[in-house]
Write a protein that binds this ligand. Structure first.
Ligand SMILES: [Mg+2]
Length: 265
């Protein structure tokens, strides 16, 4: 990882937009602090398109895209898109079904997995945001709970054993039967929403993140940034971000925004 100061002017000026993780990247321990919210507006005013790429529920993004200066959100680690339309939000699912209608087969498999985990590992609780999810489930490993690493690993093995895919952020361990990860979901979103060629979008959109569920984006996109707390996850990242901020979480996001805006001025 290189310091932000080594980012080149041409690379910064060539960007169309910025993709960013939420938890422990824009949000600081779950809170949208002043510096990060100001940075979103500054990036928006500087002409960069903005898309959140998060493990959080699509139900949360339906509110965010109405209220924040962003162009959309790729949620549930790539599976469900939410776009701003006028003053509203539209949900785009990764399969031909109507937003809001559950997929019976998928939900039954996830329900069975949740029941299995509850029976085998009763101390581990579902995340408190599962009601807003359409495609996955998540267990709290670091938000309100502090689950020991060995138990997180055992939970992940159980998810994989059930035939699901798993990924983890700084706060949750996810299970899903959906196809996409954050990188494939983000490039698919950029094609559907902005008509971006997937190969081109990997060079024209930058990504900012902090943890293991950002691994696919750190590997796929050319211009990638970590906030300083990404160092805690480096052992779980096959490809680290190319640039790293000095500050952590929302302050680090604001530092990255200032750097980009100054280089593009
Ligand atoms: Mg994160």
């Amino acid at each position: 990882m290189r310091p932000l100061a080594s980012l080149g002017r041409d690379e910064a000026r060539g960007l169309t937009g910025l993709l960013f993780d939420l938890d422990d990247t824009v949000l600081t321990h779950g809170l949208l602090e002043r510096a990060a919210f100001g940075a979103l507006w500054d990036l928006h005013d500087a002409g960069l398109k903005l898309v959140a790429v998060t493990g959080r529920p699509s139900g949360w993004a339906e509110v965010l895209v109405r209220q924040w200066p962003i162009d959309g959100a790729v949620t549930e680690n790539g599976a469900v898109f939410v776009v701003r339309e006028g003053r509203g939000a539209r949900v785009i699912l990764d399969e031909p079904r109507v937003a809001g209608e559950p997929s019976p087969a998928r939900d039954a498999r996830l329900e069975a997995l949740v029941a299995e985990v509850r029976a085998a590992m009763p101390a581990i609780e579902l995340a408190d945001d599962v009601g807003g999810r359409r495609s996955d489930v998540a267990w709290d490993i670091g938000e309100r709970a502090k689950v020991p690493e060995a138990d997180v690993a055992a939970l992940a093995r159980r998810v994989v054993g059930a035939g699901a895919r798993t990924t983890r952020s700084s706060v949750h361990l996810h299970a899903t039967f959906a196809r996409d990860d954050k990188a494939s979901g983000a490039t698919r979103f950029l094609r559907e929403r902005f008509g971006e060629d997937p190969g081109r979008s990997l060079a024209r959109w930058a990504f900012v993140g902090d943890s293991a569920n950002d691994a696919a984006c750190f590997a796929a996109f050319r211009t990638t940034f970590g906030v300083a707390n990404v160092r805690a996850f480096l052992a779980k990242l096959s490809v680290p971000p190319r640039f790293v901020a000095r500050a952590e979480r929302g302050e680090g996001f604001a530092e990255i925004a200032r750097t980009l805006i100054a280089l593009r001025a």
